[in-house]
Design a protein around this ligand. Sequence first.
Ligand code: TRP
Ligand code: SF4
Length: 328
Amino acid sequence: MTEKKRVLSGMRPTGPLHLGNLHGALANWINMQEQYDCFFFIADWHALTSDYEDTGLISDYVRNMLIDWLSAGLSPEKSTLFIQSHIKEHAELFLILSMITPVPWLERNPTYKDQILQMSNKDLSTFGFLGYPVLQAADIIMYKANGVPVGVDQVPHVEITREIGRRFNYFYGEVFPEPESILTQTPKILGIDGRKMSKSYDNAIFLSDNPDDISAKVAKMLTDPQRARKNDPGNPDVCNVYEFHKLYSDDKTVERVDRECRTAGIGCVECKKIMAEYLIAFLEPMRQKRNDYESHPELVDDIIADGCEKARRVARETMSEVRAAVRL
Ligand code: TRP
Ligand code: SF4
């Protein structure tokens, strides 16, 4: 058997995962589990870089994110699932990398300036926020990952990671391989208001929503704006509800909606009800798994302990090499 290539990726624990996260990053990770040696972790220290003032929710978010992952199909048998702050080696590598990272590389980082402008309600002129990519570099090279599955917004961070790793190798000898971004193709999932689905827009359908929440949210979804009355024919091609039908309903239903919307044979209220049923059924197996984990918290504790132990073994190994290379 040839050795599987190693991939690693992380998510910041900023709240419950929604359908956009599922069809983007998470589904992609789940598919990678057979083919790669996967390391997936929750980047709780990264959450602190912008949410340092209000940290009360982070630990709940961490646990719920892991439950979201497990319910959706990440498997602790196939992948190494862990929590960044449980592996103290990340902090040590971050410190060492910070010594060799030129500040202009960080100031040039496109997400750095963007985020400072976008999150003007927070003071992000901190050392930690500037160093965000250095911590991310430590996360990645610690496990000598070959590939990093990320969305396009994270590509600059993987690029900085390569540069930092190269610089380390140049000064101290070849320790780290160069990781490549594996670009995640993200289908654009729109929220119930027609904007990109996002927690911060308050337009998301969460994996953990119960059937009543889902029905209520679907009932509020924007439809073809030209279709004012039930007797007006509609155009499914401009309707987000139809996009959801294509994701969750069976082919016959999709065909029927396509046909009957155009002839005013089906009204939006009914059309949404049907879609909500399919969506609820789609999420049902996840809901059941979530219930299992929530009623057996010790199971989740064990998964966290095992995953962190597996990650720690690799991290310890790397850090011995790093200390030897740096001659500490
Ligand atoms: N910065 C990433 C994000 O916000 C999260 C992250 C932290 C990450 N460390 C990582 C992703 C290492 C990939 C690899 O999405
Ligand atoms: Fe959209 Fe369905 Fe209404 Fe057509 S009938 S506009 S597809 S919600």
